[in-house]
Design a binder for this molecule. Structure first.
Ligand code: NAD
Length: 443
């Protein structure tokens, strides 16, 4: 589905008109392309905390040009500020001192990242307060930044300094094109040394609902990163499913995930055919919209069964005894903005997607015990067949009501999932990251 308004604003006449009328002026987003540098220009570093070495190591590894001194007139692909040294509200002034002169030097589709310490881990109330305050700053910066630039806050636990690499690569690159205003938490973890060119090399992944839309993009992206992907969908989608699997050198598993024996069938399939399983993406989902008073029992039950109960049952199997999930396993759930903000006509869907967030939070400690992680993405308006069917005016509102003034693409959700799936993301557990261009809803 193409965004004709965005195309129009790229013409000379269109640009002039939207500027004159003060209409949304979306910037075509720079997305990651294999072979291109991960970070497209110099990165200015600031702050004084415990993460300087971790940030420098990542920038050096990706061949980025790190600068410690701001120069007038220079454009920056990234501004990274280590705020872990801020221990009081007075210290927050450091943010102003660094960003006030530099923020306007951020390039088109540039990246702003602030690093902090999780407030809940600090015993000093003044330090915890100052660290919590960082959220207000980064979310506002995301709303003020123009031309496709993004802003994020990463809370890095003490002891997790060596676990930041995959997250910095993701947040500083075009892989996070449609992610902004987010707060990520990284906890201490053993991070394996692996090639970041094909981080999922020799791994086996399962993607549910993989025959089309976001699921097909997820399967393609995990295959790009080196995984053998088993594409799962209902038998009725068999033809499209096989086409996706063939395109990416993967295989298929035709199954209705709501079937009583689905968890056992999945476990059996991976144990027998692949000798194990590394990444599971619960992407399959349905909508059956009606306002609460008009909703049929069947519509309520179907949505809760596909979007929530089946995932809980499959994960109970995968996180239980006798499971094909290997150490370092990754479970990734697909929630939705509706699950965060609610949405008229979607009580069943919003309940199921809020439940997915609850599931991620409640299963995270068990996953950690098993050396695995469980996280969720919450997509906003993504250009798919599902959103193409929305009536024009509602669709236009959905597309523009975010800091990017445009919808995201399935690849944006897929890249976020690939970051969670990365073996180097071992410290990223129990997170919910919105892929919504910093939607104004539920912010
Ligand atoms: P889609 O309808 O194009 O694809 C969903 C897939 O899931 C289909 O191939 C379908 O056959 C499969 N599926 C449904 N029930 C199943 C079952 N019982 N067993 C196995 N497979 C089943 O949807 P999409 O737009 O690609 O969305 C993918 C996910 O992203 C869903 O969970 C959706 O709720 C979520 N999401 C989408 C958007 C968006 O803007 N498109 C926004 C937020 C969240």
């Amino acid at each position: 589905m193409s965004d004709r308004y965005l195309q129009f604003t790229q013409s000379a006449f269109g640009r002039q008109l939207v500027t004159k009328l003060g209409l949304p002026n979306p910037t075509p987003l720079r997305r990651f392309k294999p072979g291109e540098p991960l970070i497209a220009g110099p990165v200015l570093l600031g702050g004084s905390g415990r993460l300087a070495d971790s940030v420098s190591a990542t920038l050096q590894d990706v061949g980025a040009d790190a600068r410690k001194e701001r120069a007038d007139g220079e454009r920056y692909a990234g501004l990274v500020f280590d705020a872990t040294g801020i221990t009081s509200s007075e210290g927050l002034r450091e943010l102003y001192d660094f960003f006030a002169p530099s923020i306007r030097q951020i390039d088109r589709c540039g990246r702003l990242v602030v690093l902090g310490t999780p407030p809940e881990s600090l015993s000093d109330p003044k330090a915890a307060t100052a660290q919590r305050a960082l959220e207000g700053f980064t979310r506002t910066a995301g709303k003020e930044l123009k031309r496709g630039a993004t802003s994020q806050l990463v809370y890095v636990a003490e002891g997790a300094e060596g676990a930041t690499d995959s997250t910095l690569r993701f947040l500083l690159s075009g892989k996070s094109a449609y992610v902004s205003g987010q707060v990520v938490r990284i906890s201490a973890a053993d991070v394996p040394g692996i090639s970041q060119d094909r981080p999922l090399q020799d791994e086996v992944a399962l993607v549910t609902g993989a025959s089309r839309g976001i699921g097909a993009a997820i399967a393609e992206t995990l295959a790009r990163d080196g995984a053998h992907v088993v594409c799962l969908d209902v038998p009725a989608q068999g033809g499209e499913l096989a086409a996706v699997a063939n395109r990416i050198g993967g295989s298929t598993l035709q199954l209705d995930i709501t079937a009583e024996d689905a968890p056992d069938k999945i476990a059996e399939h991976f144990t027998e055919r692949h000798g194990g399983l590394d990444v599971v993406v619960h992407n399959a989902g349905i909508t059956r919209d009606k306002t609460i008073g008009r909703m049929s029992e069947a519509h309520w039950d179907a949505v809760l069964a596909v979007n929530l109960a089946s995932q809980e049952r499959i994960d109970a199997k995968l996180l239980g005894e006798d499971s094909p999930l290997r150490p370092g396993g990754r479970i990734i759930c697909v929630s939705s903005m509706s699950g965060i903000a609610g949405n008229v006509g979607q009580a069943n869907y919003a309940t199921s997607k809020a439940g997915v967030i609850g599931h991620v939070h409640s299963a995270a400690p068990l996953a950690a015990k098993k050396g695995a992680t469980i996280n969720a993405v919450a997509p906003g308006f993504i250009e798919t067949q599902m959103t193409a069917a929305i009536p024009l005016f509602v669709r236009e509102a959905g597309r523009r009501m975010n800091s990017m003034s445009q919808g995201g693409k399935p690849i944006d959700v897929a890249e976020t999932i690939a970051w969670y799936a990365n073996p180097a993301s071992a410290g990223v557990n129990g997170n919910v990251v919105r892929v919504c261009g910093q939607s104004l809803l539920g912010a």
